[in-house]
Design a protein around this ligand. Structure first.
Ligand code: BG6
Length: 367
C-alpha cells in the first residue's frame, strides 16, 4: 500500500505532481484563458461585494492560508487576514456579511476549524471551505466547497494536502480576479500557463532529493536551526520549520529574514544551520543581505533559490538548492518540496517514526 516507498510520507511527497494535476483538472478552460469553478454557488455579484477575507485553519492548513493571503491580496486586491482557528473564534473577530471566510482543512473534521466556520455563519458571512474530504463535516456545513484532489493522506505530517491547498488558492484567486476584473486576461493566461508547468517542475525538484538528504543528515545532529525568508518565502519557511519539528523533533524557528537583526540574531553561532529561502525577485537584494548577516556570524547556510540566481547566491551560502523558474506568486508550490524532503530525511536519520510522530494525531476532533 506504500507503493514501494518506505513510508507514506515519502510516497505522498512523490504524489504531488499528480495531486497538482488532479486539483487543476477540469478547472482551467480548454483555451487556457480562464478558471472554471462550476461548483461555486456564490454569485459573481456577491463576490464583487466582498470587502475583506478571513482565512482560518490549523497547523499546516493555516500555513497554506498564509500563502492564500498573498495570492488573494496580490490578484484581487482585497485585504486578507489569516488566523489560527483556535484563536480566531475567541477574539471577537469582526465578521460582516461582506466578509468571505475561507476555512482550510485536509480532513474537514478539525474541531477548531469547524467551530470557526460556525461562528462565521452565525455572523452572516459566507464560508468557503478548501478541503480534501468530500462529505466531511466542513464540506457539508460550508456554503461553498473547493475540493482538493490530493487523494487520501495517511502520514500525519501533511505534504500533498498542503500543496493541493495552494493550487486551490491559485485557482480561486484567479477566478475571483477574473470575476472582479482586477487582472487582465494576459496576466491570467500567464499564471495559468505557469501553473500547468508546476507538476513537471516538481518532478525535477524530486529528482534532486539526494542533495537534500545530505543536508538533512548534517542538520540531524544539531539541536536548533533557523528558516528565514521574506514575503511568501517567510510563509514557506514557517511550514518548513513546522514540518521539521513535527517529525524530527529538532527545534527550529522561522523568522522573517529582515526581522532577525531586531530579535534573535544573537542565537546564530558558529555552525548554526540556517535554511534561507530566496525566490522572490523583488526582495532578492534584501534577503541576500540578511543571508550575509547570518554568514558573518558563522551560520551554515543552505540557500533555496530560483534557478536564475544560483551563481549570484552561491557565493554567499554554503550549499545551494535551485528550484525551477516560475512566477513569484507560485514559488511556494516548488520551494516547499525540498523542505518536506529535509524533514523526512532528518527524521529518518534520527530513527523516528516518520509517519506517526509522537503526540500528534492526523486530525484532532476535540478542541
Ligand atoms: C493537526 C495535524 O492536528 O491538524 C496537522 O497534526 C494538521 O498535521 C492540522 O495540519 C490541521 O488538520 P486539517 O485536517 O484540519 O487540515
Amino acid at each position: 500500500e506504500k507503493g514501494g516507498y518506505d513510508h507514506f510520507m515519502l510516497k505522498e511527497i512523490h504524489e504531488q505532481p499528480r495531486a497538482y494535476r488532479d486539483t487543476m483538472l477540469g478547472r482551467i478552460s480548454e483555451d487556457g484563458k480562464s478558471v472554471v469553478l462550476p461548483e461555486l454557488k456564490i454569485t459573481p455579484e456577491k463576490l464583487r461585494s466582498i470587502n475583506r477575507v478571513h482565512i482560518v485553519a490549523c497547523g499546516t492548513a493555516m500555513h497554506a492560508g498564509l500563502v492564500g493571503k498573498n495570492v488573494i491580496e496580490s490578484l484581487v486586491r482585497i485585504p486578507v487576514e489569516t488566523d489560527v482557528a483556535s484563536e480566531y473564534r475567541y477574539r471577537s473577530p469582526i465578521i460582516t456579511p461582506d466578509t468571505l471566510v475561507i476555512v482550510v482543512s485536509q480532513s474537514g473534521e478539525t474541531a477548531d476549524t469547524l467551530a470557526a466556520l460556525r461562528e462565521a455563519q452565525r455572523c452572516g458571512a459566507p464560508v468557503l471551505a478548501i478541503t480534501n474530504v468530500v462529505g466531511s463535516s466542513v464540506a457539508r456545513e460550508a456554503d461553498d466547497v473547493i475540493i482538493t484532489l490530493a487523494g487520501p493522506e495517511i502520514a500525519v505530517a501533511s505534504t500533498k494536502a498542503y500543496t493541493s491547498q495552494l493550487i486551490a488558492f491559485y485557482l480561486f484567486g484567479l477566478y475571483w480576479a477574473q470575476t472582479n476584473g482586477t487582472q487582465d486576461e494576459a496576466t491570467i493566461v500567464n499564471v495559468l500557463a505557469a501553473m500547468q508547468a508546476l507538476p513537471e517542475q516538481v518532478e525535477h525538484v524530486l529528482a534532486q532529493a539526494e542533495v537534500i538528504k545530505q543536508v538533512a543528515e548534517s542538520i540531524s545532529n544539531h539541536s536548533s536551526l533557523f528558516f528565514i525568508g521574506r514575503g511568501v518565502d517567510y510563509a514557506v519557511a514557517m511550514e518548513g520549520s513546522l514540518k521539521l519539528k513535527e517529525i524530527s523533533y529538532i527545534h527550529s524557528e522561522a523568522y522573517a529574514a529582515g526581522e532577525l537583526k531586531h530579535g534573535t540574531l544573537a542565537l546564530i553561532e558558529e555552525g548554526t544551520p540556517v535554511i534561507a529561502l530566496i525566490t522572490q525577485e523583488a526582495l532578492y537584494e534584501k534577503t541576500l543581505s540578511n543571508i550575509k548577516e547570518v554568514k558573518a556570524r558563522g551560520a551554515d547556510v543552505l540557500g533555496i533559490v530560483n534557478e536564475g540566481y544560483v551563481h549570484e547566491v552561491a557565493r554567499s551560502v554554503d550549499r545551494i538548492f535551485a528550484i525551477p523558474r516560475t512566477l513569484p506568486v507560485l514559488t511556494p508550490a516548488l520551494s516547499v518540496v525540498p523542505l518536506q524532503l529535509l524533514s523526512y530525511y532528518a527524521s529518518l536519520a534520527l530513527g523516528h517514526d516518520v509517519d506517526k510522530p509522537r503526540n500528534l494525531a492526523k486530525s484532532v476532533t476535540v478542541e
